[in-house]
Design a protein around this ligand. Structure first.
Ligand code: FEO
Length: 174
């Protein structure tokens, strides 16, 4: 059984993960608008991952006999000034999520909630990867600066990231 405190904190994290998805979809839309189709695709994949993170927590709360409660999702920004600004903000956002996961872990440790601690270990590892992948792209953007060729190649590279799920409109199935 989850304590009320742990349950509330996990529910807040569902909201943060869904906001992350919303933020990355907004970034993808802006990237698409700016002509970075491959980078927009990368962001869409990132947004899908965030939804899967929210689902993980939702399922865990249910498994532990708790009650998942969905709150309103904050409205994300619509536009950014540059590719660099988008990834800087994405990194800043992931650092906040890491802090939030660490705060959840603190509660689990304090409450001797071993099951939640074990569940959260996956998120601790995931955050290392999330920060690293955004950081890596940011490093490349800084290296390229304003080179059109470099930006073109980076966009093509980011296009390679697979989506977690493909939504095929009805009637267009193979
Ligand atoms: Fe689910 Fe990117 O944190």
């Amino acid at each position: 059984m989850l304590t009320d405190n742990m349950e509330k904190a996990l529910n807040k994290q569902i909201n943060k993960e869904l906001f992350s998805a919303y933020l990355y979809f907004a970034m993808a839309a802006d990237l698409e608008d700016k002509g970075f189709a491959g980078t927009a695709h990368w962001m869409e994949s990132q947004a899908q991952e965030e939804i899967s993170h929210a689902m993980r927590i939702y399922n865990f709360i249910n498994e532990r006999g708790g009650r998942a409660v969905l709150d309103a999702i904050e409205k994300p920004k619509k536009e950014w000034n540059s590719l660099k600004e988008i990834f800087e903000e994405a990194l800043e956002h992931e650092q906040k999520i890491t802090a939030s996961i660490n705060a959840l872990m603190d509660i689990a440790v304090k409450e001797n909630d071993y099951a939640t601690k074990s569940f959260l270990n996956w998120f601790v590892d995931e955050q290392v990867e999330e920060e690293d992948s955004v950081n890596e792209i940011l490093d490349k953007i800084n290296l390229i600066e304003d080179s059109r060729n470099g930006l073109y190649n980076l966009d093509k590279e980011l296009q390679q990231r697979p989506l977690m799920c493909q939504f095929v409109p009805e009637g267009e199935e193979e």
